[in-house]
Design a protein around this ligand. Structure first.
Ligand code: PHE
Length: 448
Protein backbone atom coordinates (compact mmCIF):
# COMPACT_ATOMS: atom_id res chain seq x y z
CA UNK A 1 0.00 0.00 0.00
CA UNK A 2 1.36 3.41 -0.87
CA UNK A 3 2.58 5.68 1.87
CA UNK A 4 0.14 8.35 2.96
CA UNK A 5 0.42 11.49 0.92
CA UNK A 6 1.47 14.47 2.97
CA UNK A 7 -1.48 16.60 3.86
CA UNK A 8 -4.06 14.23 2.43
CA UNK A 9 -7.16 14.16 4.61
CA UNK A 10 -7.97 11.12 6.75
CA UNK A 11 -11.03 9.98 8.64
CA UNK A 12 -10.46 10.52 12.32
CA UNK A 13 -11.96 7.18 13.37
CA UNK A 14 -13.46 3.99 11.98
CA UNK A 15 -16.83 5.03 13.37
CA UNK A 16 -16.60 8.41 11.66
CA UNK A 17 -15.82 6.75 8.36
CA UNK A 18 -18.70 4.31 8.78
CA UNK A 19 -21.17 7.08 9.50
CA UNK A 20 -19.96 9.08 6.51
CA UNK A 21 -20.24 6.04 4.24
CA UNK A 22 -23.71 5.18 5.53
CA UNK A 23 -24.58 8.87 5.19
CA UNK A 24 -23.57 8.76 1.55
CA UNK A 25 -25.49 5.57 0.90
CA UNK A 26 -28.64 6.66 2.70
CA UNK A 27 -30.18 9.43 0.68
CA UNK A 28 -33.09 10.39 -1.49
CA UNK A 29 -32.68 6.94 -3.00
CA UNK A 30 -33.77 5.35 0.27
CA UNK A 31 -36.47 7.70 1.43
CA UNK A 32 -37.94 8.95 -1.84
CA UNK A 33 -37.08 6.49 -4.58
CA UNK A 34 -37.09 3.09 -2.89
CA UNK A 35 -40.63 3.30 -1.51
CA UNK A 36 -42.11 4.48 -4.80
CA UNK A 37 -40.16 1.90 -6.77
CA UNK A 38 -41.48 -0.81 -4.48
CA UNK A 39 -44.93 0.59 -5.10
CA UNK A 40 -44.54 0.60 -8.86
CA UNK A 41 -42.65 -2.64 -9.26
CA UNK A 42 -44.67 -5.24 -7.47
CA UNK A 43 -44.04 -4.75 -3.76
CA UNK A 44 -42.20 -7.57 -2.03
CA UNK A 45 -41.10 -9.28 -5.26
CA UNK A 46 -39.07 -6.20 -6.03
CA UNK A 47 -37.72 -6.11 -2.47
CA UNK A 48 -36.54 -9.72 -2.72
CA UNK A 49 -34.65 -9.15 -5.98
CA UNK A 50 -33.20 -5.94 -4.64
CA UNK A 51 -31.80 -7.73 -1.58
CA UNK A 52 -30.11 -10.32 -3.78
CA UNK A 53 -28.59 -7.59 -5.95
CA UNK A 54 -27.24 -5.77 -2.91
CA UNK A 55 -25.56 -8.90 -1.59
CA UNK A 56 -24.22 -10.37 -4.81
CA UNK A 57 -23.26 -7.25 -6.71
CA UNK A 58 -23.42 -4.19 -4.51
CA UNK A 59 -21.33 -5.54 -1.66
CA UNK A 60 -18.32 -6.68 -3.72
CA UNK A 61 -18.32 -3.41 -5.64
CA UNK A 62 -18.24 -1.31 -2.47
CA UNK A 63 -15.24 -3.32 -1.34
CA UNK A 64 -13.58 -2.94 -4.75
CA UNK A 65 -14.05 0.83 -4.78
CA UNK A 66 -12.75 1.29 -1.25
CA UNK A 67 -9.79 -0.96 -1.97
CA UNK A 68 -8.86 1.08 -5.02
CA UNK A 69 -9.18 4.33 -3.07
CA UNK A 70 -7.24 3.10 -0.07
CA UNK A 71 -4.39 1.85 -2.21
CA UNK A 72 -4.22 5.06 -4.23
CA UNK A 73 -4.71 7.62 -1.44
CA UNK A 74 -5.55 10.27 -4.03
CA UNK A 75 -8.50 11.54 -6.02
CA UNK A 76 -10.12 8.81 -8.16
CA UNK A 77 -8.39 9.86 -11.39
CA UNK A 78 -4.84 9.96 -10.04
CA UNK A 79 -5.52 6.88 -7.98
CA UNK A 80 -6.49 4.88 -11.05
CA UNK A 81 -3.50 6.21 -12.99
CA UNK A 82 -1.11 5.25 -10.18
CA UNK A 83 -2.58 1.82 -9.63
CA UNK A 84 -2.64 0.99 -13.34
CA UNK A 85 1.01 1.92 -13.59
CA UNK A 86 2.05 0.09 -10.43
CA UNK A 87 0.36 -3.05 -11.70
CA UNK A 88 1.72 -2.77 -15.22
CA UNK A 89 -1.68 -2.18 -16.79
CA UNK A 90 -2.89 0.10 -19.55
CA UNK A 91 -3.20 3.81 -18.86
CA UNK A 92 -6.75 3.47 -20.15
CA UNK A 93 -7.86 2.38 -16.66
CA UNK A 94 -7.73 6.02 -15.71
CA UNK A 95 -11.12 6.27 -17.42
CA UNK A 96 -12.66 4.57 -14.40
CA UNK A 97 -11.60 7.56 -12.32
CA UNK A 98 -12.67 10.04 -14.98
CA UNK A 99 -16.15 8.63 -15.49
CA UNK A 100 -16.66 8.21 -11.75
CA UNK A 101 -15.70 11.77 -10.93
CA UNK A 102 -17.78 13.07 -13.83
CA UNK A 103 -20.77 11.01 -12.71
CA UNK A 104 -20.66 12.39 -9.17
CA UNK A 105 -20.36 15.89 -10.52
CA UNK A 106 -23.29 15.55 -12.91
CA UNK A 107 -25.51 13.73 -10.43
CA UNK A 108 -25.05 16.39 -7.80
CA UNK A 109 -26.38 19.05 -10.18
CA UNK A 110 -29.84 17.50 -10.25
CA UNK A 111 -29.63 15.82 -6.83
CA UNK A 112 -29.32 19.30 -5.37
CA UNK A 113 -32.49 20.38 -7.16
CA UNK A 114 -34.39 17.58 -5.44
CA UNK A 115 -32.61 18.37 -2.17
CA UNK A 116 -34.05 21.85 -2.67
CA UNK A 117 -37.57 20.37 -2.93
CA UNK A 118 -36.98 18.68 0.40
CA UNK A 119 -35.92 21.97 2.00
CA UNK A 120 -38.88 23.78 0.52
CA UNK A 121 -41.31 21.13 1.77
CA UNK A 122 -39.65 21.25 5.18
CA UNK A 123 -40.37 24.94 5.49
CA UNK A 124 -43.91 24.45 4.20
CA UNK A 125 -44.46 21.60 6.61
CA UNK A 126 -43.43 23.43 9.75
CA UNK A 127 -45.30 26.55 8.79
CA UNK A 128 -48.51 24.53 8.55
CA UNK A 129 -48.69 24.85 4.77
CA UNK A 130 -50.28 21.43 4.34
CA UNK A 131 -53.15 21.93 6.75
CA UNK A 132 -56.51 21.05 5.27
CA UNK A 133 -55.11 20.39 1.80
CA UNK A 134 -57.23 18.15 -0.43
CA UNK A 135 -55.99 15.93 -3.24
CA UNK A 136 -56.12 18.59 -5.91
CA UNK A 137 -54.44 21.16 -3.73
CA UNK A 138 -51.59 18.74 -2.91
CA UNK A 139 -51.03 18.01 -6.59
CA UNK A 140 -51.25 21.69 -7.44
CA UNK A 141 -48.71 22.59 -4.75
CA UNK A 142 -46.19 20.18 -6.24
CA UNK A 143 -46.70 21.24 -9.84
CA UNK A 144 -46.79 24.84 -8.73
CA UNK A 145 -43.35 24.42 -7.19
CA UNK A 146 -42.00 22.80 -10.34
CA UNK A 147 -43.46 25.55 -12.48
CA UNK A 148 -41.77 28.32 -10.56
CA UNK A 149 -38.13 28.73 -11.63
CA UNK A 150 -37.50 31.49 -9.11
CA UNK A 151 -38.35 29.47 -6.06
CA UNK A 152 -36.70 26.31 -7.43
CA UNK A 153 -33.54 28.36 -7.86
CA UNK A 154 -33.69 29.69 -4.33
CA UNK A 155 -34.07 26.23 -2.81
CA UNK A 156 -31.48 24.63 -5.07
CA UNK A 157 -29.08 27.42 -4.14
CA UNK A 158 -29.78 27.03 -0.44
CA UNK A 159 -29.17 23.30 -0.64
CA UNK A 160 -25.95 23.75 -2.60
CA UNK A 161 -24.70 26.32 -0.09
CA UNK A 162 -25.30 23.89 2.78
CA UNK A 163 -23.51 21.14 0.87
CA UNK A 164 -20.53 23.30 -0.01
CA UNK A 165 -20.35 24.65 3.53
CA UNK A 166 -19.87 21.17 4.92
CA UNK A 167 -17.41 20.05 2.25
CA UNK A 168 -15.28 23.19 2.61
CA UNK A 169 -14.61 22.24 6.23
CA UNK A 170 -12.67 19.18 5.17
CA UNK A 171 -12.83 15.44 5.50
CA UNK A 172 -12.77 14.99 9.25
CA UNK A 173 -13.97 18.49 10.15
CA UNK A 174 -16.74 18.65 7.56
CA UNK A 175 -17.92 15.37 6.02
CA UNK A 176 -17.27 13.26 9.07
CA UNK A 177 -18.50 15.74 11.63
CA UNK A 178 -21.73 16.42 9.73
CA UNK A 179 -22.41 12.68 9.38
CA UNK A 180 -21.82 12.14 13.09
CA UNK A 181 -24.55 14.63 13.89
CA UNK A 182 -27.01 14.09 11.05
CA UNK A 183 -27.04 10.29 10.84
CA UNK A 184 -28.01 9.61 14.46
CA UNK A 185 -30.64 12.35 14.15
CA UNK A 186 -31.95 10.67 11.01
CA UNK A 187 -32.12 7.36 12.84
CA UNK A 188 -34.17 8.84 15.67
CA UNK A 189 -36.58 10.64 13.33
CA UNK A 190 -37.08 7.53 11.25
CA UNK A 191 -37.68 5.38 14.33
CA UNK A 192 -40.32 7.83 15.50
CA UNK A 193 -42.01 7.77 12.11
CA UNK A 194 -42.00 3.97 12.01
CA UNK A 195 -43.45 4.01 15.52
CA UNK A 196 -46.26 6.22 14.28
CA UNK A 197 -46.79 3.89 11.33
CA UNK A 198 -46.84 0.85 13.61
CA UNK A 199 -49.59 2.41 15.68
CA UNK A 200 -51.71 3.18 12.62
CA UNK A 201 -54.30 0.93 11.10
CA UNK A 202 -52.35 0.58 7.86
CA UNK A 203 -49.35 -1.18 9.37
CA UNK A 204 -50.41 -4.75 8.68
CA UNK A 205 -51.12 -3.94 5.09
CA UNK A 206 -47.77 -2.18 4.76
CA UNK A 207 -45.94 -5.21 6.15
CA UNK A 208 -47.67 -7.47 3.72
CA UNK A 209 -47.03 -5.09 0.86
CA UNK A 210 -43.30 -4.99 1.58
CA UNK A 211 -42.64 -8.53 2.68
CA UNK A 212 -45.12 -10.97 1.13
CA UNK A 213 -43.79 -11.50 -2.39
CA UNK A 214 -46.05 -12.03 -5.36
CA UNK A 215 -43.58 -13.39 -7.87
CA UNK A 216 -46.05 -13.19 -10.71
CA UNK A 217 -45.25 -9.49 -10.70
CA UNK A 218 -41.61 -10.17 -11.38
CA UNK A 219 -40.62 -9.11 -14.88
CA UNK A 220 -37.27 -8.49 -16.52
CA UNK A 221 -37.88 -4.82 -16.09
CA UNK A 222 -38.39 -5.19 -12.36
CA UNK A 223 -35.10 -7.06 -12.03
CA UNK A 224 -33.28 -4.36 -13.94
CA UNK A 225 -34.84 -1.62 -11.88
CA UNK A 226 -33.81 -3.43 -8.70
CA UNK A 227 -30.24 -3.87 -9.85
CA UNK A 228 -29.96 -0.29 -11.05
CA UNK A 229 -31.32 0.93 -7.76
CA UNK A 230 -28.87 -1.24 -5.79
CA UNK A 231 -26.06 0.74 -7.41
CA UNK A 232 -27.55 4.11 -6.85
CA UNK A 233 -28.47 3.49 -3.26
CA UNK A 234 -25.00 2.25 -2.33
CA UNK A 235 -23.41 5.28 -4.04
CA UNK A 236 -21.50 3.06 -6.44
CA UNK A 237 -19.98 3.96 -9.77
CA UNK A 238 -19.49 7.64 -9.07
CA UNK A 239 -16.08 7.92 -7.57
CA UNK A 240 -17.64 8.56 -4.18
CA UNK A 241 -16.58 5.35 -2.50
CA UNK A 242 -13.17 5.55 -4.21
CA UNK A 243 -12.72 9.01 -2.71
CA UNK A 244 -13.97 7.84 0.70
CA UNK A 245 -11.54 4.92 0.51
CA UNK A 246 -8.68 7.30 -0.18
CA UNK A 247 -9.09 8.77 3.31
CA UNK A 248 -9.02 5.37 4.91
CA UNK A 249 -6.22 3.91 7.02
CA UNK A 250 -4.96 0.38 6.74
CA UNK A 251 -6.67 -1.00 9.80
CA UNK A 252 -10.26 -0.96 8.63
CA UNK A 253 -11.61 -4.36 7.62
CA UNK A 254 -13.21 -3.60 4.25
CA UNK A 255 -15.49 -6.63 4.05
CA UNK A 256 -16.95 -6.05 7.47
CA UNK A 257 -17.37 -2.35 6.83
CA UNK A 258 -19.09 -2.99 3.49
CA UNK A 259 -21.45 -5.46 5.10
CA UNK A 260 -22.39 -2.92 7.74
CA UNK A 261 -23.01 -0.20 5.16
CA UNK A 262 -25.12 -2.50 2.98
CA UNK A 263 -27.17 -3.67 5.95
CA UNK A 264 -27.72 -0.18 7.34
CA UNK A 265 -28.68 1.15 3.94
CA UNK A 266 -31.18 -1.63 3.40
CA UNK A 267 -32.65 -1.41 6.88
CA UNK A 268 -33.15 2.32 6.46
CA UNK A 269 -34.82 1.91 3.05
CA UNK A 270 -37.18 -0.72 4.48
CA UNK A 271 -37.83 1.45 7.51
CA UNK A 272 -38.70 4.33 5.19
CA UNK A 273 -41.23 1.98 3.59
CA UNK A 274 -42.59 1.12 7.03
CA UNK A 275 -42.90 4.81 7.83
CA UNK A 276 -44.59 5.78 4.59
CA UNK A 277 -46.86 2.90 3.52
CA UNK A 278 -48.87 2.60 6.76
CA UNK A 279 -49.85 6.25 6.34
CA UNK A 280 -50.72 5.65 2.71
CA UNK A 281 -52.84 2.56 3.44
CA UNK A 282 -54.50 3.94 6.56
CA UNK A 283 -55.79 6.79 4.42
CA UNK A 284 -56.88 4.67 1.50
CA UNK A 285 -54.35 6.18 -0.91
CA UNK A 286 -52.49 4.65 -3.83
CA UNK A 287 -49.09 3.12 -2.95
CA UNK A 288 -48.12 3.11 -6.63
CA UNK A 289 -48.28 6.89 -6.98
CA UNK A 290 -44.74 7.08 -8.37
CA UNK A 291 -42.29 9.93 -7.81
CA UNK A 292 -45.08 12.06 -6.33
CA UNK A 293 -45.56 9.59 -3.48
CA UNK A 294 -43.77 11.64 -0.85
CA UNK A 295 -44.31 15.06 -2.38
CA UNK A 296 -48.02 14.76 -3.09
CA UNK A 297 -49.49 11.79 -1.29
CA UNK A 298 -47.81 12.33 2.07
CA UNK A 299 -48.49 16.08 2.38
CA UNK A 300 -52.11 15.28 1.72
CA UNK A 301 -52.16 12.96 4.70
CA UNK A 302 -50.10 15.28 6.88
CA UNK A 303 -52.65 17.98 6.20
CA UNK A 304 -55.48 15.78 7.53
CA UNK A 305 -54.27 13.92 10.59
CA UNK A 306 -53.85 15.26 14.12
CA UNK A 307 -50.25 16.13 14.84
CA UNK A 308 -49.74 16.40 11.09
CA UNK A 309 -47.53 19.45 11.37
CA UNK A 310 -45.08 17.70 13.67
CA UNK A 311 -45.14 14.54 11.61
CA UNK A 312 -44.59 16.44 8.38
CA UNK A 313 -41.80 18.48 9.93
CA UNK A 314 -40.06 15.31 11.10
CA UNK A 315 -40.45 13.62 7.76
CA UNK A 316 -39.06 16.43 5.63
CA UNK A 317 -36.27 17.10 8.11
CA UNK A 318 -35.34 13.45 7.79
CA UNK A 319 -35.42 13.73 4.03
CA UNK A 320 -33.26 16.85 4.07
CA UNK A 321 -30.65 15.23 6.34
CA UNK A 322 -30.53 12.14 4.14
CA UNK A 323 -30.10 14.24 1.01
CA UNK A 324 -27.43 16.44 2.56
CA UNK A 325 -25.15 13.63 3.74
CA UNK A 326 -25.34 12.15 0.22
CA UNK A 327 -24.78 15.44 -1.55
CA UNK A 328 -21.58 16.14 0.37
CA UNK A 329 -20.24 12.79 -0.76
CA UNK A 330 -21.09 13.58 -4.39
CA UNK A 331 -19.11 16.80 -4.20
CA UNK A 332 -16.07 15.23 -2.59
CA UNK A 333 -14.40 13.53 -5.61
CA UNK A 334 -14.43 16.76 -7.64
CA UNK A 335 -13.10 18.76 -4.72
CA UNK A 336 -10.40 16.20 -4.00
CA UNK A 337 -9.38 16.34 -7.65
CA UNK A 338 -9.19 20.14 -7.78
CA UNK A 339 -7.36 20.29 -4.50
CA UNK A 340 -4.72 17.89 -5.67
CA UNK A 341 -4.39 19.03 -9.25
CA UNK A 342 -4.65 22.81 -9.00
CA UNK A 343 -3.12 25.38 -6.67
CA UNK A 344 -6.53 25.83 -5.03
CA UNK A 345 -6.92 25.04 -1.36
CA UNK A 346 -9.86 23.17 0.13
CA UNK A 347 -12.15 26.18 0.27
CA UNK A 348 -11.30 27.42 -3.22
CA UNK A 349 -11.71 23.96 -4.69
CA UNK A 350 -15.09 23.59 -3.01
CA UNK A 351 -16.26 26.98 -4.25
CA UNK A 352 -15.20 26.33 -7.82
CA UNK A 353 -16.71 22.85 -8.04
CA UNK A 354 -19.95 23.90 -6.39
CA UNK A 355 -20.34 26.97 -8.57
CA UNK A 356 -20.15 24.92 -11.75
CA UNK A 357 -22.44 22.23 -10.37
CA UNK A 358 -24.87 24.90 -9.20
CA UNK A 359 -25.01 26.43 -12.69
CA UNK A 360 -25.68 23.06 -14.25
CA UNK A 361 -28.41 22.53 -11.66
CA UNK A 362 -30.09 25.73 -12.85
CA UNK A 363 -30.26 24.26 -16.35
CA UNK A 364 -31.74 21.11 -14.84
CA UNK A 365 -34.43 22.92 -12.87
CA UNK A 366 -35.41 25.07 -15.84
CA UNK A 367 -36.38 21.90 -17.65
CA UNK A 368 -39.45 21.73 -15.38
CA UNK A 369 -40.67 25.09 -16.62
CA UNK A 370 -39.25 27.61 -19.10
CA UNK A 371 -37.00 25.10 -20.85
CA UNK A 372 -39.46 22.24 -20.83
CA UNK A 373 -39.40 22.16 -24.63
CA UNK A 374 -35.63 22.08 -24.83
CA UNK A 375 -35.09 18.46 -25.69
CA UNK A 376 -31.77 16.78 -26.32
CA UNK A 377 -32.16 13.32 -27.85
CA UNK A 378 -35.79 13.54 -26.81
CA UNK A 379 -35.03 14.25 -23.14
CA UNK A 380 -35.20 17.44 -21.19
CA UNK A 381 -32.00 18.47 -19.42
CA UNK A 382 -32.98 16.99 -16.07
CA UNK A 383 -33.82 13.61 -17.57
CA UNK A 384 -30.77 13.73 -19.79
CA UNK A 385 -28.48 14.21 -16.79
CA UNK A 386 -30.27 11.45 -14.95
CA UNK A 387 -30.12 9.00 -17.84
CA UNK A 388 -26.58 9.81 -18.90
CA UNK A 389 -25.33 9.11 -15.42
CA UNK A 390 -27.48 6.20 -14.35
CA UNK A 391 -27.43 4.36 -17.66
CA UNK A 392 -23.85 4.98 -18.79
CA UNK A 393 -21.40 6.48 -16.37
CA UNK A 394 -22.47 4.59 -13.28
CA UNK A 395 -22.46 1.07 -14.67
CA UNK A 396 -19.27 1.70 -16.63
CA UNK A 397 -17.40 3.05 -13.62
CA UNK A 398 -18.59 0.24 -11.39
CA UNK A 399 -17.75 -2.36 -14.01
CA UNK A 400 -14.28 -0.90 -14.47
CA UNK A 401 -13.64 -0.79 -10.73
CA UNK A 402 -14.68 -4.36 -10.08
CA UNK A 403 -12.84 -5.73 -13.13
CA UNK A 404 -9.71 -3.87 -12.13
CA UNK A 405 -9.77 -5.34 -8.63
CA UNK A 406 -10.73 -8.79 -9.90
CA UNK A 407 -8.26 -9.09 -12.75
CA UNK A 408 -5.51 -6.49 -12.44
CA UNK A 409 -4.48 -6.27 -8.81
CA UNK A 410 -1.95 -8.68 -7.45
CA UNK A 411 -3.91 -11.63 -6.01
CA UNK A 412 -1.84 -12.20 -2.91
CA UNK A 413 -2.03 -8.61 -1.83
CA UNK A 414 -5.80 -8.61 -2.26
CA UNK A 415 -6.12 -11.77 -0.25
CA UNK A 416 -3.98 -10.34 2.54
CA UNK A 417 -5.85 -7.09 2.51
CA UNK A 418 -9.20 -8.84 2.85
CA UNK A 419 -7.85 -11.36 5.31
CA UNK A 420 -9.67 -14.27 3.67
CA UNK A 421 -9.28 -18.03 4.00
CA UNK A 422 -8.61 -19.87 0.76
CA UNK A 423 -12.27 -20.87 0.44
CA UNK A 424 -13.41 -17.34 1.13
CA UNK A 425 -10.93 -15.99 -1.36
CA UNK A 426 -12.11 -18.40 -4.06
CA UNK A 427 -15.65 -17.17 -3.51
CA UNK A 428 -14.48 -13.56 -3.57
CA UNK A 429 -12.70 -14.14 -6.87
CA UNK A 430 -15.72 -15.81 -8.39
CA UNK A 431 -17.87 -12.86 -7.40
CA UNK A 432 -15.57 -10.00 -8.44
CA UNK A 433 -14.36 -11.66 -11.61
CA UNK A 434 -17.63 -13.03 -12.92
CA UNK A 435 -20.83 -12.59 -10.95
CA UNK A 436 -20.65 -8.84 -10.34
CA UNK A 437 -19.25 -7.85 -13.76
CA UNK A 438 -21.81 -9.98 -15.58
CA UNK A 439 -24.60 -8.55 -13.44
CA UNK A 440 -23.50 -5.02 -14.27
CA UNK A 441 -23.12 -5.80 -17.95
CA UNK A 442 -26.59 -7.25 -18.10
CA UNK A 443 -28.09 -4.06 -16.70
CA UNK A 444 -25.95 -1.93 -18.90
CA UNK A 445 -26.75 -3.69 -22.15
CA UNK A 446 -30.41 -4.17 -21.50
CA UNK A 447 -30.99 -0.59 -20.45
CA UNK A 448 -29.62 0.70 -23.75
N1 PHE B 1 -26.88 6.73 -2.37
C1 PHE B 1 -27.58 7.95 -2.43
C2 PHE B 1 -29.06 7.72 -2.31
O1 PHE B 1 -29.50 6.63 -2.12
C3 PHE B 1 -27.37 8.69 -3.68
C4 PHE B 1 -25.99 8.89 -3.99
C5 PHE B 1 -25.52 8.38 -5.11
C6 PHE B 1 -25.15 9.54 -3.14
C7 PHE B 1 -24.21 8.49 -5.39
C8 PHE B 1 -23.86 9.65 -3.41
C9 PHE B 1 -23.39 9.11 -4.54
O2 PHE B 1 -29.81 8.65 -2.42
Amino acid sequence: MSALKQGHGQWSSRMGFMLAAVGSAVGLGNIWKFPYMVGQSGGAAFVAVYLICIAMIGLPIIVAEWMIGRRGQKNPINTMADLAEANGRSKGWVMVGVSGTLAGFLILSFYSVIGGWALSYLIDAVSGGFTGMDKDAAGAAFSGMLGNPGSLTIWHTAFMVLTAGVVAMGVAGGLERASKILMPALGVLLALMVGYGAASSGFGQALEYLFAPDFSKLTGEVVLAALGHAFFTLSLGMGVMIAYGSYLGEKVDLLRAARTVAIMDTVIALAAGLAIFPIVFANGLDPAAGPGLIFVTLPLVFGQVTGGVILAGMFFLLLTFAALTSAISLLEPSVELLQERTPLGRVGATLLASAVIWALGIAALLSFNVWSDVLIFGNNIFDLLDKLTSKFLLPLTALGAVLFVGWCLDRDSVRDELNLSSGGFALWNLVVRFVAPIGVLVVFVSSL
